[in-house]
Design a protein around this ligand. Structure first.
Ligand SMILES: Nc1ncnc2c1ncn2[C@@H]1O[C@H](COP(=O)(O)OP(=O)(O)OP(=O)(O)O)[C@@H](O)[C@H]1O
Length: 485
């Protein structure tokens, strides 16, 4: 995204000169000749940077007054002051009021470009920093070795640079927000902001203020304008998280805003123009919500230009070990605690468990284990250290003791029973995929088939079925976005 710079100067020649220098470098520019037109332009669409003349003739506010209003409304927009009659005191005052730098006229093009590049970079770093602090631990990469995850990552790589709206469906905690962050990070807007609005936790009365912002009161210093998420996401991406929870009335307004790429702030009549890519997530069945009259069909079709589906963790159990190890490393990094190894039997139990809370539940479990698992740091975490509901999912074959059924049988039957339980457990681990199971247990696919038939293990050879459902899982055709489950 090209940066847009607002040039405020009362002299048309200077404005034209600056605009010429900046457009040659690929910046986009808007001009304003006094404080009122500058504020109107600033409020209509937040610029990336403002170049502000200190002396503004025929103007309600001078440059420093304007700087003060702009800084109170949008402190993150850098302002570079320019003046032909600059004094040291004035420069100091401007910097104290929040200006990024002060340049004296006449200036060299190189100096202006250098200051602007530095100011934009500083603003980007500040934004990145505050995003990181706000969302410490937020992921922008979908980890997983299952083919369904590989297909989802593929679909994301394809859709990310297009700028299309994307609706991401999937159950709670499955990684929808991670998918949205990944789309942003791989888009042309990656340097712009990523703003998420959680529609499920927002008070319905505050929805429109949060989305569209609030207009300034009569005294803009005492009651400054508040930007909504649409404005804050200008030049970047807005994620409407759990979009089905948006009140119907607001849904109508957002349809209009998406159509016109513009809106009015609450309590104001100024038209605000923004350039925002909107992504949305939902764990509900939006078709059912539409049928029940709780979700607008026109909004659905505007958001679901490209629908993506994130499957629940129980449908991609191969991802469990790699996710568990990834979260262990993350947790160690943030807590400073020594790492713990996860023993094979613990990983097998985790793979057999159904994870109703999906990846979030797994992440929380790893955080908990790192702190609470008994034993020394050098002891691996075993299945019997897991919380009962997860440990109970350990395949029976791994919990052999004197009272096990297998111990009451002659060797040949015991071996068959063992083989049956072992292969059932491995099949579960690989989501029913015969080829992957065969590969892991070291058998030919056809030999494994015969063995399973002989042992009476029921399979519906999920390989073919999986391939078909996974192809549909990553990118479902528009209008057919499946429910989260
Ligand atoms: N494939 C993944 N790779 C790495 N981390 C993941 C993955 N999936 C989920 N996570 C992590 O799991 C947690 C939940 O993910 P996320 O918030 O994206 O889920 P969600 O589907 O948006 O959930 P909800 O609908 O409840 O908001 C986060 O901490 C996220 O970082």
């Amino acid at each position: 995204m090209a940066h847009e710079i607002l040039i405020v100067d009362d002299e048309p020649d200077i404005r034209a000169l600056i605009e010429g220098i900046l457009t040659d470098e690929g910046y986009e520019c808007r001009q304003a000749h006094n404080s009122d037109s500058a504020l109107a332009a600033f409020r209509q669409r937040r610029p990336s940077l403002v170049i502000l003349d200190v002396w503004l003739q025929n103007s309600r506010l001078d440059g420093l007054g304007l700087l003060s209003v702009m800084q109170s409304e949008e402190p993150q927009v850098p302002c570079v002051m320019i003046s032909g009659h600059g004094t040291i005191e004035m420069a100091v005052q401007a910097i104290q009021q929040g200006a990024y730098d002060f340049i004296e006229k006449p200036f060299k093009a190189d100096r202006l470009l250098l200051v602007i590049a530095r100011a934009l970079e500083a603003a980007r770093l500040r934004r990145e920093n505050s995003e990181l602090r706000l969302r410490a631990g937020a992921e922008a990469e979908l980890i997983g070795v299952s083919s369904v995850m590989a297909q989802l990552r593929n679909a994301i790589e394809k859709v990310a640079p297009t700028g299309s709206r994307v609706l991401i469906t999937g159950p709670a905690g499955s990684g929808k927000e991670v998918a949205a962050r990944m789309i942003h990070a791989r888009s042309r807007r990656a340097d712009g902001p990523f703003v998420a609005l959680n529609c499920a936790t927002l008070n319905p009365a505050r929805f429109e203020e949060e989305l569209f912002g609030v207009e300034a009161g009569p005294d803009p210093v005492a009651q400054p304008r508040r930007a909504g998420v649409l404005e804050r996401a200008h030049g970047g991406t807005l994620l409407l998280d759990e979009v089905a929870d948006m009140p119907l009335e607001t849904q109508g307004k957002i349809v209009r805003a998406l159509q016109e790429q513009g809106f009015e702030r609450v309590g104001g009549a100024t038209r605000v123009k923004v350039d925002v890519r909107v992504l949305a997530t939902t764990s509900r069945d939006l078709q059912a919500e539409i049928a029940a009259g709780r979700f607008r069909e026109d909004l659905y079709y505007r958001l679901a230009v490209v629908p993506l589906k994130v499957p629940p963790l129980r449908e991609r159990r191969e991802d469990v070990p790699v996710l568990a190890r990834h979260f262990m490393a993350r947790s160690v990094e943030t807590s400073g605690l020594p790492p713990r190894e996860l023993a094979e039997d613990a990983l097998a139990a985790m793979q057999a468990y159904d994870w109703p809370g999906n990846v979030r539940e797994l992440r929380n479990l790893i955080d908990w284990l790192l702190i609470m698992a008994p034993g020394e740091a050098r002891d691996p975490i075993r299945a019997d250290m897991l919380p009962p509901q997860v440990g109970a999912a350990a395949p029976a074959v791994l919990k052999l003791d004197r009272s096990s059924e297998i111990m009451t049988l002659p060797l040949r039957e015991a071996r068959e029973l063992f083989e049956k339980q072992y292969l059932e457990a491995q099949l579960l681990r690989f989501g029913g995929n015969i080829s992957r199971t065969a590969n892991f247990v070291g058998m030919e696919r056809s030999a494994l088939h015969r063995k399973l038939k002989f042992l009476g293990v029921h399979t519906d050879d999920r390989q073919g079925a999986n391939a078909a459902s996974q192809a549909g899982a990553a990118a479902v055709p528009p209008g057919a976005a499946a429910p989260g489950g």
